[in-house]
Design a binder for this molecule. Structure first.
Ligand SMILES: NC(=O)c1ccc[n+]([C@@H]2O[C@H](COP(=O)([O-])OP(=O)(O)OC[C@H]3O[C@@H](n4cnc5c(N)ncnc54)[C@H](OP(=O)(O)O)[C@@H]3O)[C@@H](O)[C@H]2O)c1
Length: 330
């Protein structure tokens, strides 16, 4: 028997969460059974935990948790054996497939990544989908020619999950990082992660009539989208790239194509959910190498299964700070 946070519908059809002891026979089909050690809380988890499942959960009873790390307990796939440390993000686990908010998960071997040396299962969930996606964004910028000598790199939504990890990775790699934040009180935190300077959100929040402004940024990790992304495109240096990760500021893109045509600017889309295995493995290995874990430690907020309904509601209201690490054995 193991503990799981089971979401089930009440007589009004609304999902309620309850910690239950269940047996392995309740786990979904899959080739690898993992003893989950840590999970985390993402915006998507907030949606899945909400009374209507945020339009993501297809059937109940359900176990949410879009990412987890743990130790393989049993495997019918030759790539994994008991005792292997693994991490999982994406593949709609926690949305349509049972996820990480339980002491055990059963998944397809294809969805797992072996934990690279140097990372613990707790580290992996302190990084989580947000940090993994930040790494994918940095890799995409590098693959398109970004090097530290090319100039300042902008990170929007810098005090958020993706932004914080992107800031720490880029600074560690020797980049001059400029963080955009709407929370001036987070300046000390962002400089602690390695940001060289801060740009207040208001300075980039609105579009301007001119499609091109002075060439300022050598690269950008954008977690905000919307008007801010449109504005940033017109400020990129010749041939520079923006990695579009998120839509915290809106999904519409009120931009012109002029930066693409006159400055050869690249807009790179970053998806973490369906990312091929080789790239996932490369990203986790880079996380182990290029993310200073001591910096990450300062952002960690520990939690247990019992805290999840509250944290799920909080994250939807923008009230969660730092990285939540859920200890399944606490
Ligand atoms: N592409 C993928 O596969 C993938 C994976 C993970 C996440 N995401 C997306 O990436 C985005 C960031 O995720 P996250 O986990 O970092 O979320 P988060 O922790 O909520 O951070 C988002 C940050 O964006 C800024 N922000 C929020 N509302 C804003 C607004 N109206 N205008 C301008 N800035 C605003 C805030 O930064 P400041 O407080 O510093 O201003 C906030 O901390 C989300 O949209 C998420 O859905 C995408």
């Amino acid at each position: 028997m193991f503990k799981a946070l089971i979401l089930d519908q009440n007589s009004d059809g609304l999902a309620e969460a309850r910690i239950q002891e269940i047996g392995d026979d309740r786990l979904p089909e899959g080739d690898v059974t993992v003893a989950v050690e840590y999970s985390t809380v993402n915006y998507k988890d907030g949606l899945c935990l909400s009374p209507k499942g945020g339009g993501l959960v297809r059937s109940y009873p359900h176990v949410a948790g879009v990412d987890f790390a743990g130790t393989v307990e049993a495997s019918t796939d030759p790539r994994y054996k008991p005792g292997d440390k693994v991490v999982l993000t994406g593949w709609r686990v926690g949305e349509v497939h049972w996820g990480g908010y339980a002491q055990k998960a059963r998944v397809k071997a294809d969805w797992l990544v072996p934990l690279p040396e140097g990372l613990t299962t707790r580290d992996a969930m302190a990084v989580g989908t947000a940090g993994f996606t930040a790494m994918l964004a940095v890799m995409a910028l590098e693959d398109h020619g970004l090097t530290p000598d090319r100039g300042e790199v902008l990170v929007t939504g810098a005090a958020g999950g993706v932004g914080s990890v992107a800031t720490a990775i880029l600074a560690h790699l020797g980049y001059e990082v400029v963080g955009v934040t709407g929370r001036p009180e987070q300046e000390g935190y962002l400089k602690g992660l390695g940001a060289a300077r801060i740009v207040p959100r208001e300075e980039l929040a609105e579009t301007v009539k001119r499609p091109l402004e002075s060439e300022t940024w050598a690269g950008c990790v954008d977690a905000v989208g919307g008007a801010m992304l449109a504005r940033v495109l017109g400020q990129m240096k010749y041939g520079a790239s923006v990695a579009a990760v998120g839509l915290a500021g809106g999904a519409a893109l009120p931009a012109t194509v002029v930066p693409f045509l006159l400055r050869g600017v690249n807009l790179l889309g970053i998806d973490s959910v369906m990312q091929p295995f080789e790239n996932r493995q490369r990203a986790w290995e880079r996380v182990a190498r290029d993310l200073p874990m001591d910096k990450l430690e300062a952002m960690i907020q520990p939690a247990t299964l019992a805290d999840l309904p509250r944290l799920g509601a909080d994250i939807l209201k923008g009230r969660v700070k730092g990285r939540v690490v859920v200890d399944l054995n606490a």
